[in-house]
Write a protein that binds this ligand. Sequence first.
Ligand SMILES: *[C@@H]1O[C@H](CO)[C@@H](O)[C@H](O)[C@H]1NC(C)=O
Ligand SMILES: *[C@@H]1O[C@H](CO)[C@@H](O)[C@H](O)[C@H]1NC(C)=O
Ligand SMILES: *[C@@H]1O[C@H](CO)[C@@H](O)[C@H](O)[C@H]1NC(C)=O
Ligand SMILES: *[C@@H]1O[C@H](CO)[C@@H](O)[C@H](O)[C@H]1NC(C)=O
Ligand SMILES: *[C@@H]1O[C@H](CO)[C@@H](O)[C@H](O)[C@H]1NC(C)=O
Ligand SMILES: *[C@@H]1O[C@H](CO)[C@@H](O)[C@H](O)[C@H]1NC(C)=O
Ligand SMILES: *[C@@H]1O[C@H](CO)[C@@H](O)[C@H](O)[C@H]1NC(C)=O
Ligand SMILES: *[C@@H]1O[C@H](CO)[C@@H](O)[C@H](O)[C@H]1NC(C)=O
Ligand SMILES: *[C@@H]1O[C@H](CO)[C@@H](O)[C@H](O)[C@H]1NC(C)=O
Length: 484
Amino acid sequence: MASLVFYLSATVLLAQSTVAFNCSKPPIYVDIHKRAVHDSPEFQYGSFIGVGTPAQNQSLWPSLSQNHTSFGTHAYCGDNSTLRNCDRSTGGFFLNQQSTYADNGKDFQSLDQSRNETALKGSFGQDTLRLYTHYFETDGASQTLLENSTVELAESGSIAPGIVGLGASSTVLRDLAAKDLIAGRTYSLYIGQGYARAGGAVNGSNTFGGYDSGRFTGTVHKYAMKTENMNPMSLRVKDIIISNSKDTNANVSLFDNAKFPDMKSRPEAFEAAITTNQFPLSLPYQITQNFMKHLGAEKDNTWGDNSLKLKDHFSGTLSIVLEDDFVVTLPSEVLVNNSNITPIQDREEKSDAPFYLSAAFLSQVYLMADYESNNFFLAEAIQKDNMVMPVTFCPKSTPEPYQRPKQSAWVSQGLIGAVIGGLLGGAGIAVCAYCFVLACRRKRAERKLNKDAKKSKMMQLEIEETPEFDPPPKSATPFFWKKR
Ligand SMILES: *[C@@H]1O[C@H](CO)[C@@H](O)[C@H](O)[C@H]1NC(C)=O
Ligand SMILES: *[C@@H]1O[C@H](CO)[C@@H](O)[C@H](O)[C@H]1NC(C)=O
Ligand SMILES: *[C@@H]1O[C@H](CO)[C@@H](O)[C@H](O)[C@H]1NC(C)=O
Ligand SMILES: *[C@@H]1O[C@H](CO)[C@@H](O)[C@H](O)[C@H]1NC(C)=O
Ligand SMILES: *[C@@H]1O[C@H](CO)[C@@H](O)[C@H](O)[C@H]1NC(C)=O
Ligand SMILES: *[C@@H]1O[C@H](CO)[C@@H](O)[C@H](O)[C@H]1NC(C)=O
Ligand SMILES: *[C@@H]1O[C@H](CO)[C@@H](O)[C@H](O)[C@H]1NC(C)=O
Ligand SMILES: *[C@@H]1O[C@H](CO)[C@@H](O)[C@H](O)[C@H]1NC(C)=O
Ligand SMILES: *[C@@H]1O[C@H](CO)[C@@H](O)[C@H](O)[C@H]1NC(C)=O
C-alpha cells in the first residue's frame, strides 16, 4: 500500500515538473513611465495598466508586498484624505459606475491581511484588467486582457493607492498563470528613476512571466525568498562603504569601529527587506548615525519621508556590500541630489521598524522573482542605452543577460533606434525570436535624429546579418499616448 502511495505521489510530482509550465509562452512587458491617467490633470509615473470596460487607464506603482491590485477612487481624496496632493497623486481614478465592475460583497477575504489599514483600505470586486505593452511613443499599445480579475477600490488611506500587487499571492500573476497567458508566476522589475523623488529620467518596466534580458548585465545573483514575511525578498548587508570621487583611497566603511569608536566592535551583517513602498533606505540606527557623522547629514523632511540632508554637497558614492559579495553602488547623483537630500532615512534609536533596501536601491538593480520556486535574482541594471529584450522567465530557471552581437545588423544598417522584442521559445521548438531593440544615444545633439530614427523598426527572425525590415505588429488599439 505504502509503495502505491509513493508511486502515485512520485507520478504526480513528475507530472507537475514536466507539464506545469509552458516555457514557450511569451512574457507580458508593461512599461513604467509618466503618462496621462484617467480623470486626473497630472501626468503620473507608473505601470501602464487600465481597468474596466471601457478602459480607464492608470499608472500603477508596483508593490512587492501587496497581493491585490488597487485603484484610487474619488472617495479616497475626500475630506479625510492624508495623501499629499491627492487629486494628482493616486495614479489615476477609477469610476466604477462607468465600468462593468461587480462588487464582491462585504464577506470577501482580502489577501492583504498584513497591510496596515491606516495605509490603505478598500473594497473588492471583479473587473477587466488591461495590461498595455507600449514600446514606442509613436505606435499604439497592444493590450493583454485579464477578465474577471479581482480588483480593489481604495476608499481611504495615506499612500498612493494605484498599485499593481506583486506580493507572494499576487492576483495578477495568479490569474495570468491560471489563464495560461504566462509561463508561470515569475515577474521582473526595473523601477526606473523618472519620477520626482528620484529626480532622474530613466524609465522602468514590469515583465510578467519574463524578464528584460537587455536591462541587466554581469553576474546574476540568486537568493531564497522568506515566504513567511510580508516582504518575502530580503538581503543581508555586511558592509556599507562611502567613497569620495576626488580621493578613491579615502574609502570609509560605516561598519568600521576604528573610524566610528561609538561602536565597541564591528557590527554584524543586518537583514533588510526589498521594498518599493518608500524611496529612502532604512538602515540600523548606529549605521545611520555613522552616515550622519561622516557626511554631516541632518534630519530633514522635504519629501515627507524623513530623508537626511547634507550641510555641504558631497561628491561620492555609497556601496552596499551584500553577504554574497554582490556590491550595489548608489552613484553620486542618487546619493546626494542638487538640494543635498540623500536617500538615507533618519532612524530613532528605539525604533524596531524593519530595515529597508527601497526604491533608491532598486534604481540600480534589476529584480527577477520566481514565485514558483520562491527564489529571486538580482543583477546590475543597465540604465542607459539598453535594449528592450523581453524573454520568458521559465520557473526554476536562472535568468541570463542578453549578449549583444559584436557588430549587430542594426548598427551596420545605420539604424540608431529600433526595438527588438525577443521571445525565446522552449526546447525543441523552433526559436521564435521577434526582437525589438531600443537603442538610444545619449548625446543631446542627437536627440532629434534619434526621434526620427525611433520611427524605424526592425523585426527579425533570429539575429542575422541582413535583417528584414517590416513594420511592427500593428495592434488593434489606436495610439493613445502623446508626448506633451
Ligand atoms: C505553449 O505555448 C505556446 C505559445 O503560446 C503554444 O503555441 C503551445 O501550444 C503551448 N504548448 C502547450 C503544450 O500548451
Ligand atoms: C521616459 O518616458 C517619457 C514619457 O513619459 C519620455 O518622455 C522620456 O523620454 C523617457 N525617458 C527616457 C530616458 O527614455
Ligand atoms: C472622516 O472622518 C470622520 C471622523 O473619523 C468620520 O466621521 C467621517 O465619516 C469621515 N468622512 C469620510 C468621508 O470618510
Ligand atoms: C500577500 O500574501 C503573502 C503570502 O500569501 C503574505 O505573506 C503577505 O503578508 C500578503 N501581503 C499582505 C500585504 O498582506
Ligand atoms: C498603522 O499605521 C499607523 C500610522 O502610521 C500607526 O500609528 C499604527 O501603529 C500602525 N498599525 C499597525 C498595526 O502597525
Ligand atoms: C466573467 O464573469 C461573468 C459573470 O460571472 C461571466 O458571465 C463571464 O463569462 C466571465 N467571463 C470570463 C472571460 O470569464
Ligand atoms: C532634490 O530634491 C529637491 C527637494 O527639495 C527637489 O526640489 C530637487 O528638484 C531635487 N533635485 C534633483 C536634481 O533631483
Ligand atoms: C574605494 O571604493 C571605490 C568604489 O567602491 C573603489 O573603486 C576603489 O577601488 C576603492 N578604493 C580602495 C583603496 O579600496
Ligand atoms: C487607454 O489606453 C489604450 C491603449 O493605448 C487606448 O486605446 C485607450 O483609448 C485609452 N483610453 C483612454 C480613455 O484614454
